[in-house]
Design a protein around this ligand. Structure first.
Ligand SMILES: [Zn+2]
Length: 281
């Protein structure tokens, strides 16, 4: 059991507001974790003058620090969070202009991926709070555009959305089809246990690593990823699961035989390799 590779599919590191890449990676490693997939944080968490490109380059820098200084293997996912669009609109920027700025950010993300500095576009998507119909339309345009870029670069995409049920999974699956992006390359971040194909329409759900969600997921199958969505913010320590949760939960479920070693391999290695096209064995 000690040779099992364990992956957190969505974990943040933030040396400005939290402990930063090395401390988080060391905690993750000590708990038995091996691979961290790290999306960049929103620009405002970095500072007022931070550009989309700066935020993406920062996470790439943190990933390099982890890879150079720890035994954890880290990979960057780059994009512009849907709340960035709301922020631009609140700042008084016209809708069309704001949409173009988001598209330019996604283009930058795609460039960093084709340069081999990141492995996927994300987190992008729709906000978890209510917005005007006009703003919602732009979010939907942006999801299609990001999926087209992902199809073009042949990379994965991580979606942040309102809490999604079968209906939303179908909607995103149909957008992926329209964009020419393989459905399994669309990862629904912060997912509930929608593990059956009839529920997730062949998208890849990234299950939040609570005992309840993962146990429910395993009753249906093992075609999913696991994540904490750890924010690394000292001001919100209990907002999400801690950085040790994915390895701890995995080992707990292996011990009590809720998860088999085959399940663990599928979740932490096989699906990660398939979705991102990376080698982590
Ligand atoms: Zn996140």
């Amino acid at each position: 059991m000690e040779n099992i590779i364990i992956t957190d599919n969505h974990i943040h590191v933030d040396p400005i507001n939290g402990e930063g890449p090395l401390e988080v990676a060391k905690k993750f490693r000590r708990a038995g974790g091996n691979v961290m997939i790290i999306p960049n944080k929103p620009t405002w968490t970095v500072g007022k003058s931070c550009s989309f490109k700066d935020a993406m380059e920062l996470v790439i820098k943190y990933v390099n620090e982890i890879n150079e200084n720890t035994d954890v293997r880290a990979f960057a996912v780059v994009g512009a969070h849907p709340a960035e669009l709301s922020r631009l609109i609140k700042e008084g920027i016209k809708l069309k202009k704001a949409e173009q700025m988001m598209k330019d950010a996604f283009k930058t993300a795609q460039m960093l991926i084709t340069e081999g500095k990141a492995i996927g576009i994300g987190e992008i998507g729709r906000p978890h709070y209510e917005v005007s119909p006009e703003e919602l339309q732009i979010h939907n345009n942006l999801i299609l555009y990001a999926m087209e870029l992902a199809a073009d670069a042949d990379c994965a995409i991580q979606l942040h959305t309102e809490s999604a049920a079968e209906e939303q999974f179908l909607e995103f699956a149909e957008i992926a089809d329209k964009a020419g992006l393989a459905r399994y390359k669309v990862i629904k971040h912060f997912s509930g246990p929608l593990v059956n194909k009839e529920e997730n329409h062949s998208l890849t759900p990234s299950l939040i690593a609570t005992r309840d969600v993962v146990t429910k997921g395993l009753k249906k199958g093992n075609g999913f990823l696991m994540e904490t969505d750890y924010l690394d913010m000292k001001s919100r320590p209990g907002a999400v699961l801690g950085p040790k949760t994915v390895p701890r939960r995995t080992n707990e479920l292996l011990r009590n035989e809720t998860m088999t070693e085959d399940d663990a391999y599928k979740i932490h290695v096989e699906t990660v390799k398939k979705v991102y096209g990376i080698d982590i064995d």
